[in-house]
Structures are given as structure tokens and as C-alpha cells.
Design a protein around this ligand. Structure first.
Ligand code: ADP
Ligand code: MG
Length: 253
């Protein structure tokens, strides 16, 4: 059993009188891809941003790699990679310049071209963020999470709004990042994505965790209740047709 890298206990977040996160507890193991699944408004981003030290919790305990959020948020910041909204980037700078800027902020030296190569954006080194497609923007924003060589990265709905090819390209990127030993926490409401990527998932609804396990186990549990899909599944679906016809390769590059 690998070691626990994030431990959340009885986490509560109130926005005024509204109870957005209702005392949730979960652990993330080192090196896993952990999914937080749930409908809009479930409390996924709130939970993530509290762990990322970007939002204040109301109560509860958060420990990241042995560091207590209440005592040492700055130490937590040093070991995590946070995805920023691409709209927040300095519009006048190109990708290389942005990476150099982030290196300065994090006090790190990385090879910007190597980083861009990893996210398949070498050709776009001199482009500005606004000139990128949706998938390219997301890949760049994932790249920026890696600059400080974090132990853990947080991805909040990284594939929302992307076409099937761009989603698959991002999935492979996330798998590569984990392959290098980085723990990944990802939110999504695409269940195929969670099933493909995540080692374990927590399903969160209206501020409560209502299930937490491996995708396989959750599916088996449902089948064990006697659940059957209402109609016989075909061996492929419309997305398979789309991918077969239009190919796996990215159009945007
Ligand atoms: P998710 O990411 O799962 O869609 P959020 O964590 O963004 O959900 O939001 C959870 C709930 O908290 C939602 O009902 C949302 O409207 C509310 N909420 C989020 N941020 C704020 C805020 N800054 N002020 C008030 N309510 C908020
Ligand atoms: Mg959200």
C-alpha cells in the first residue's frame, strides 16, 4: 500500500449561510490519479482550492505530504502544481516568455522547450495563449503546473469543452505525468474519462462524498445490486464512430 499524500478530514466550507462542503473525508495515495466526480455545484472546485491553499476552509483538517494546511500553507504551495485559468496569463507574452516568467516566480530553472515538447506545443513556442486552440490552451496550462516540479498536481475539469481528439491527447498527457511519479487530482464530469484515467474516484454530490473506490469496484458493486442497463449495449458507441472516422490525431496542431 503506498503512502498517503493528502489527507482530508471532516472538511466543511460555508459560503455565508450556504453549506457547500459538508464534512467530507478522503485520502489520496502517492502516485495515484484520484478523481473527484460530481455534477456542477457539488463542491469539487471548492474542495480542490482549499487543498491548494487558495480558499479558506470553514473547518476540518487538511494534511498534504505531512504538512498541516493550518500551520504551513506556504510549504504546501512549494510542492503542488496548480492550474491557472488561461485567461489570467499576460496577453502580450508568448509561451516561452510565460514559462520564463513562471520560472522566475517559482525560482526554478526549467528548459522551456523541453516542457513545451512534453505537452506537444513546441511548434507554438512563439505563439500567444490567445492564438491557441482550446486543447492547446489546456495543455499549456497543464505544462505550467509542472514548472516547480511538484509532487502533486491539481487539474480542475481540464477537458471540459474539448473535442474527442483533444480530450484523448490530454488523457495521455495526464498518464505521462503520473508515470513520472507525480500524484494527480482531477475533477471531471465525464465518466468515460474517470474510468479511463483514475485509479480511484470519490463521487461528490451536494457537498457530500457518496461513494469512494476504484471505478471497477464501484461498477461491480452496482452490478451486484442486480442493476442491468435497460438496453443491450452495442460493442461500440457514437464516440467510437466519430474517432474511427476522424482519427485520433489532433487537428489543431
Ligand atoms: P463544482 O466545482 O463541483 O461545480 P463549486 O465548488 O464551484 O462546485 O461550488 C459548490 C457550491 O458552492 C455551488 O453551489 C456554488 O454556487 C457555491 N459557491 C462556490 N463559490 C462560491 C462563492 N465564492 N460564494 C458563494 N457561493 C459559492
Ligand atoms: Mg468546479
Amino acid at each position: 500500500m503506498s503512502k498517503t499524500i493528502i489527507s482530508v478530514k471532516n472538511l466543511v466550507k460555508n459560503y455565508g449561510k450556504f453549506n457547500a462542503v459538508k464534512g467530507i473525508s478522503f485520502e489520496v495515495k502517492e502516485g495515484e490519479i484520484f478523481g473527484l466526480l460530481g455534477p456542477n455545484g457539488a463542491g469539487k472546485s471548492t474542495t480542490l482550492e482549499i487543498i491548494e491553499t487558495l480558499r479558506q476552509k470553514t473547518s476540518g483538517e487538511v494534511i498534504v505530504d505531512g504538512i498541516d494546511l493550518d500551520k504551513d500553507p506556504n510549504e504546501i504551495k512549494k510542492i503542488i502544481g496548480v492550474q491557472l485559468q488561461t485567461s489570467g496569463y499576460y496577453p502580450g507574452l508568448n509561451l516561452l516568455q510565460l514559462i520564463e516568467l513562471f520560472c522566475g516566480l517559482y525560482n526554478r530553472t526549467v528548459d522551456p522547450m523541453q516542457l513545451l515538447e512534453m505537452v506537444n506545443l513546441k511548434d507554438k513556442a512563439k505563439a500567444k495563449v490567445k492564438e491557441l486552440s482550446g486543447g492547446q490552451k489546456q495543455r499549456f496550462s497543464v505544462a505550467t503546473t509542472l514548472i516547480n516540479e511538484p509532487r502533486i498536481i491539481f487539474l480542475d475539469e481540464p477537458t471540459t469543452g474539448l473535442d474527442p481528439q483533444a480530450r484523448r491527447s490530454l488523457w495521455e498527457l495526464v498518464k505521462n505525468i503520473r508515470q513520472r511519479g507525480t500524484t494527480v487530482i482531477i475533477t471531471t464530469h465525464y465518466m468515460d474519462e474517470a474510468e479511463y484515467l483514475c485509479d480511484r474516484v470519490a463521487i461528490i454530490d451536494a457537498g457530500n462524498i457518496i461513494a469512494l473506490d476504484t471505478p471497477d469496484k464501484l461498477i461491480d458493486n452496482l452490478i451486484a445490486t442486480g442493476f442491468e442497463r435497460p438496453k443491450e449495449m452495442k460493442l461500440a458507441n457514437l464516440e467510437d464512430v466519430f474517432i474511427k472516422l476522424t482519427g485520433h490525431s489532433l487537428r489543431e496542431d
